[in-house]
Design a protein around this ligand. Structure first.
Ligand SMILES: [Zn+2]
Length: 354
């Protein structure tokens, strides 16, 4: 806009030297220039940011011939993941990067796992960490260049809808499950274990997540103090009475904290999911089910985790529909469970997959 005003001033200063006819011509040119530059400025200021998703498909690197390297479905599956990344670029307003590893696919028809994913965290930094994925996406600075920021594994031993079409009644929807797993990498995850210690450092205080910092009990008591120490009890962790409390999430949930999955028997999915069956971040996926959008609650949580979202999304604060028990009737309940693996080489990073 400064350029606009400068040009205009120069033109105005010269005005008195010009004939009336030429003045009109100059005036029109001035107007067009001003208008053009104003539009250009507007387009620059509202241009959509773009997160660069650097995806490594280990199936292709290792020529597994399955999963994302499948000769029939591989390209379609990669295309579906690209659609998920495109969707994220309509949600998160950032010019950062995500280095994401899609690990060798499993082919385990009898496993209860559909998929598992996570961010990576620094094991030696006690306190609440955002995760490498968050850091790289939001700052554009690679927090640990020799490592991926997040990872995911899929089990293609199941019947998947690999395409962008609606899943058939007997298919799991790759788009929906991929969005769920990538959202774990964005920070929807706990690092508490059932003993109340950090899964990474096996200590308290220890390494926990920003998500953890928002966990409270039904009576509002926080599970952590501000120094990052778990101050609840192990009974609390299996109480069915744990909630995510954040300004934006609560607003999206009718003013109340959002119930977190905390079943009476500790589960691999405990505390890392929402206990809202209609929500993308519910820990179970059903055949024929399609969840390809963030709910207002999900968007609120993303904001509470520190993401900058496009403003048209942050205005939505609906009270969600009551969850439907019908979902429970749709057989094939599969746990998106978690397991972990340590890097065989040093250092410093601990991989955990949900
Ligand atoms: Zn999950």
């Amino acid at each position: 806009m400064e350029i606009t005003f400068l040009r205009k001033n120069i033109i105005l200063n010269c005005y008195h030297l010009l004939s009336m006819q030429f003045q009109r011509f100059v005036h029109e040119i001035s107007f067009i220039l001003t208008f053009t530059i104003a539009i250009w400025s507007l387009s620059v200021s509202t241009a959509q940011a773009t997160i660069v998703f650097n995806i490594t498909y280990d199936d292709m690197v290792n020529h597994t011939g399955i999963g994302f390297d499948d000769p029939i479905f591989g390209a379609e599956r990669r295309n579906t993941l690209n659609a998920v990344f495109d969707y994220l670029n309509t949600v998160i307003d950032s010019n950062g990067t995500l280095d994401y590893e899609v690990k060798d696919s499993n082919n385990l028809p009898n496993s209860s796992n559909l998929a598992a994913g996570s961010s990576l965290y620094f094991p030696s930094l006690n306190g609440f960490q955002d995760g490498l994925a968050f850091d790289h996406i939001m700052t554009g600075i690679d927090p640990y260049p020799s490592s991926y920021d997040g990872l995911v594994t899929f089990n293609f031993g199941k019947n998947w809808n690999s395409s962008l079409d609606t899943p058939a009644a007997n298919q799991y929807d790759l788009y929906s499950v991929a969005l769920h797993e990538i959202t774990h990498a964005l920070g929807f995850r706990t690092l508490l274990n059932e003993a109340g210690n950090s899964q990474i450092s096996d200590s308290n205080p220890g390494v926990f997540t920003t998500w953890d910092s928002h966990l409270v009990l039904g009576d509002g008591d926080p599970l952590f103090n501000s120094a990052g120490k778990f101050i609840g009890s192990t009974t609390d962790l299996v109480s069915n009475d744990i909630y995510f409390s954040g300004t934006e999430a609560n607003l999206a949930n009718g003013g109340k904290p959002v119930q977190v999955y905390a079943p009476s028997t500790w589960s691999a999915s405990s505390l890392a999911h929402l206990d809202v069956s209609s929500d993308l971040m519910y820990p179970f996926s059903f055949r024929g089910e399609e969840k390809r959008q963030y709910s207002p609650i999900d968007l609120g949580i993303l904001q509470d985790l520190g993401y900058t979202l496009y403003s048209d999304l942050t205005q939505i604060h609906d009270i969600p529909e009551p969850s439907s028990l019908v979902l429970f009737m749709m057989g094939g309940i599969l746990l998106l469970s978690l397991y972990f693996r340590k890097l065989s080489k040093p250092p410093i990073l601990f991989n955990r997959i949900i």
